[in-house]
Design a protein around this ligand. Structure first.
Ligand code: ATP
Length: 490
C-alpha cells in the first residue's frame, strides 16, 4: 500500500498543537507513565506502547501528532523502526529517547528524520520543552499551504470483488474520463480517499497536481484564504499576496475531504467555482478562472446538514449530481479475503494464499469492522507482526472493536465480569443473609475511583468533585469515610 502524499499529511494532521494525540514507545513503564502524566496535564491524549511493533500498530490506529520513541526496545530497536514511524504517521515529529553515551545513535536518529532527541535520564522540564517545540513546529508546518505534489509513481490499489466495489470501479472508470465533480460517500475508512485518487489518476489531469484537503485541518479563520488565496493587506498578517490551494491545483484535481465541515462562507465561494469556474482571492476583486476538478467526500449525511442549516442546499444539489457510495465493509464480507491478502502482500508476507484458512476467514467476516477497511488493514498488519510468517490465527488479531454506538465490550465486559465474580463470592462467603451488599460494593470500588479522580486533578478536590459529578462536600465525606482524607480540612 502506498502512503498518503505529503499533501495529505499537511492537511489531515491534527490541527491543534495544544490538544494532540501523542504516542510514547518505551518498554520502561515509568517513562510512559511520566509522559502520560505530563502530557495529559497539558491537554494532550497519550497512547503508550512497549515495543516498536505495538507502537506502529497504534500509530496506524491513532494517527498521533507526535511520537516519543525509545532507542532500546525489545525486538526491533527505535532507530531502525524510525522510518516506519515517519511513514505510519505521515512524518509527524518523532523525538528519540536514548541513554547517555548513545549520542551517536541520537545523531544518526536525527539524520534518519527524527525531529529531536532526549538523553536519558532527562529532566521533566527539558522533556516538556522539547515536546512543546516539536508540536509547535509541526503545527507551523501544517499552517503553510500545501505544496502541490505530482502524483506518486506507485499506484494506490483499490481492491474489491463484491458487487458494490465492482459497481464503484465502473463508476470510477466512467467519471474519470469526464470532468464532472463527484461526491464520494461512505463511512470512515471505506476507501473514499483512495477512490478520489483513482479518479484523478485515471483522468486526463493525471499528470497535474492532486491536492487532498481536509477543511477541518485548516485554520478556521483562514480557511477561505487557504483555499482561494488572499491579497496583501486583506487582513492582519496578510503581509503579501498569496495563492491559495485552488490556484496551486490549477489544471489538476482537488479532493475536499469531509466537505460537511466547510464553513458557510467558503461554501458560497466553492459553489461559484462549481457553477462559473470563477473565484477571487480574499481582499481582491479580480476574478480568476479555476481550471480544477472538484471531488468531495463525506462520511456524514449532508442532507441533514442542509436541514440544520450548516450546509447550503444549492451546493448539496450541485455536488450530488454524480455520487459514488462505498458501503461499509460489514456489508461486503466477500471483499475481506482479497483485502487481507492485499495487505499481507504489501508487507511481503510469505505464503499468502495459505495464510488465512476458512475458519479464520469466517471469524473475520463476522466482525463488525466499525472502522471499515482501515481497521481491517491495521488488524492484518498487527496479526502479521505477531504470526511472524506462519499462517494467521484469530488470536493474532486485536480484539474486535464494538460497532459504533455500542459500549466498548472489553472494558465494560471485563468490569462487569469482575463485579459479578465479586458479588457471587460476597454472597457465598456471607454466614447470614446480607442487607448491605450495595454498600459493601461501594466500599470495595469507590476508593479507587476517588483516588484516580484526585490524582488526575493534581489533588484539587473541587475539580475532582466536578469530574466525578458529585458535590464537593459529598466527596469530602466519602474520603473521610474511607480514611482517605489526608487534608487538614477543606
Ligand atoms: N478497497 C480498498 N482496497 C485497498 N485498500 C483500501 C481499500 N479501501 C480502503 N483501503 C485502505 O484503508 C485505509 C482507509 O482508506 P481511506 O483513507 O481511503 O478511507 P476514507 O473513507 O477516506 O476514510 P475517512 O473518511 O476516515 O477519511 C487506507 O489505508 C486505504 O488505503
Amino acid at each position: 500500500m502506498q502512503k498518503e502524499t505529503e499533501t495529505d499529511a499537511a492537511t489531515k494532521r491534527q490541527p491543534d498543537a495544544n490538544s494532540a494525540v501523542v504516542l510514547v514507545v518505551d518498554d520502561e513503564p515509568s517513562i510512559c507513565w511520566a509522559f502520560e502524566k505530563m502530557l495529559t496535564q497539558q491537554g494532550h491524549r497519550v497512547v503508550t506502547a512497549s515495543s516498536a511493533e505495538e507502537g506502529l500498530r497504534l500509530a496506524e490506529e491513532h494517527s498521533p501528532a507526535m511520537v516519543l520513541l525509545d532507542v532500546r526496545l525489545p525486538n526491533e530497536d527505535g532507530i531502525s523502526a524510525l522510518p516506519k514511524f515517519l511513514a505510519a504517521t505521515d512524518n509527524a515529529p518523532v523525538i528519540v529517547m536514548t541513554a547517555f553515551g548513545d549520542l551517536d545513535t541520537a545523531v544518526s536518529a536525527i539524520r534518519r528524520g527524527a525531529s529531536d532527541y532526549l538523553i536519558k535520564p532527562f529532566r521533566l522540564a527539558d522533556a516538556q520543552r522539547t515536546c512543546r517545540q516539536a508540536l509547535r513546529a509541526a503545527a507551523d508546518r501544517r499552517n503553510q499551504p500545501a505544496t502541490p505534489q505530482p502524483m506518486p509513481s506507485g499506484q494506490q490499489v483499490l481492491v474489491g470483488q463484491s458487487p458494490a466495489m465492482q459497481q464503484a470501479f465502473r463508476q470510477i472508470a466512467l467519471v474519470a474520463a469526464s470532468d464532472l465533480s463527484v461526491l464520494i460517500t461512505g463511512e470512515t475508512g471505506t476507501g473514499k480517499e483512495l477512490v478520489a485518487a483513482a479518479i484523478h489518476r485515471n483522468s486526463q489531469r493525471a499528470d497535474q497536481p492532486y491536492i487532498p484537503i481536509a477543511p477541518v485541518a485548516l485554520n478556521p479563520d483562514l480557511i477561505e484564504s487557504e483555499l482561494f488565496g488572499h491579497a496583501k493587506g486583506a487582513f492582519t498578517g496578510a503581509t503579501e499576496d498569496r495563492a491559495g490551494l485552488f490556484e496551486q491545483a490549477q489544471g489538476g484535481t482537488i479532493l475536499l475531504d469531509e466537505i460537511g465541515d466547510l464553513p458557510l462562507a467558503a461554501q458560497v465561494k466553492l459553489l461559484r467555482v462549481l457553477e462559473q469556474g470563477e473565484y477571487s482571492r480574499v481582499g481582491d476583486l479580480r476574478v480568476r478562472h479555476a481550471n480544477v476538478r472538484i471531488i468531495a467526500a463525506t462520511n456524514c449525511d449532508l442532507h441533514q446538514g442542509v436541514r440544520q442549516g450548516t450546509f447550503r442546499e444549492d451546493l448539496y444539489y450541485r455536488l450530488t449530481g454524480v455520487q459514488i457510495h462505498l458501503p461499509p465493509l460489514r456489508q461486503r464480507p466477500e471483499d475481506i479475503l482479497l483485502l487481507c491478502q492485499h495487505f499481507l502482500k504489501a508487507m511481503d508476507y510469505p505464503a499468502i494464499d495459505a495464510a488465512i484458512d476458512a475458519e479464520l476467514l469466517a471469524e473475520l467476516q463476522s466482525r463488525p469492522w466499525a472502522g471499515n477497511v482501515r481497521e481491517l488493514k491495521n488488524a492484518v498488519q498487527h496479526a502479521a507482526v505477531i504470526a511472524r510468517g506462519r499462517s494467521l490465527e484469530a488470536t493474532d488479531f486485536p480484539p474486535a472493536k464494538p460497532a459504533s454506538g455500542e459500549p466498548p465490550q472489553s472494558l465494560a465486559g471485563s468490569m462487569g465480569e469482575s463485579v459479578a465474580a465479586w458479588a457471587t463470592d460476597a454472597i457465598a462467603d456471607a454466614s447470614e443473609p446480607l442487607h448491605d451488599l450495595h454498600a459493601r460494593f461501594l466500599a470495595a470500588s469507590e476508593p479507587a475511583l476517588l483516588r484516580i479522580a484526585i490524582e488526575h486533578t493534581g489533588g484539587n478536590r473541587a475539580k475532582a468533585a466536578e469530574m466525578l459529578g458529585i458535590h464537593r462536600g459529598t466527596l469530602r465525606d466519602r474520603l473521610r469515610a474511607y480514611n482517605m482524607d489526608t487534608s487538614n480540612g477543606d
